[in-house]
Design a protein around this ligand. Structure first.
Ligand code: PGA
Length: 252
């Protein structure tokens, strides 16, 4: 079912001590009473996942990984498998972040495999996608987003979507301080639901949570979240300070 979700993508930030402090700060500000009906997710780096899982055990905070490899196991130096994540209590993985796509050359096709592996290992997927500035300028943004969804997700069965959270992140708004306007976010989210309805059905389109990501901060969160098809946010920079992250959680 569609939920209000705020997820913090810490990227390659925070060593163990800093990660512990950040979790402590967030924990102080979220209580199950205050956060009723909301999901609060944090995604530290691989090495800090274990500690994060232990430190959030008695809170509503959920812990996600930022990536994983598509293979079960094997000679993939430097990589981490779905099983390794599950085994330490991780139940969510972010896949397809634009930095993985652009810096590490992850394609739609590769991401389709990662999604399959994650779902087969009972991991919930936060699937990221979004157009570049060039795509938007040449008015190809709808087409690009539809292709990303089609090539990585539309081989899935309807029932798989109960384990998929979508995160629309226009690349031009990530870490740039430039946010899509609430209207631009709403327009794209509504388009995504239309595409889902066309491919599957209305019930599925209405039930998938779609997060917006790209320079969400305390000052703009409420307005973006007020849009009917925006179910929450994937937060980068502003998730690194408890005060900012908590203000965004409040805003949803
Ligand atoms: P940002 O990052 O909030 O720093 O723009 C968002 C993201 O990369 O998920």
């Amino acid at each position: 079912m569609r939920k209000n979700i705020v997820a913090g993508n810490w990227k390659m930030n925070k060593n163990l001590k800093e990660a512990k402090d950040l979790i402590k700060g967030i924990k102080k500000g979220v209580s199950s009473k205050k956060s009723k009906g909301k999901r609060v997710i944090v995604a530290p780096s691989f090495v800090n996942l274990n500690s994060a899982v232990k430190r959030t055990e008695k809170s509503i905070i959920e812990v996600a990984a930022q990536n994983m490899h598509e293979a079960k196991s094997g000679a993939f130096t430097g990589e981490v498998s779905a099983d390794m994540l599950s085994e330490i209590g991780i139940e969510i993985v972010i896949l397809g972040h634009s930095e993985r796509r652009s810096i590490f050359a992850e394609s739609n096709e590769l991401l389709a495999k990662k999604v399959d592996t994650a779902l087969a290992n009972n991991l919930e997927v936060i699937f990221c996608f979004g157009e570049s500035l060039e795509d938007r300028k040449s008015e190809k943004h709808f087409e690009v987003v539809e292709t990303q969804l089609r090539e990585s997700l539309f081989h899935l069965l309807k029932e798989n979507f109960s384990n998929i959270i979508l995160a629309y992140e226009p690349v031009w708004a990530i870490g740039t301080g430039e946010t899509a306007s609430p209207e631009q976010a709403q327009e794209m989210h509504a388009f995504i639901r239309q595409v889902l309805e066309k491919e599957y059905n209305k019930e599925l389109a209405d039930s998938v949570s779609i997060l917006y990501g790209g320079s969400v901060k305390p000052a703009n969160a409420e307005e973006i979240f007020s849009k009917p098809d925006v179910d929450g946010g994937l937060i980068g920079g502003a998730s690194l300070k408890p005060k900012d992250f908590l203000a965004i959680v409040e805003a949803i």
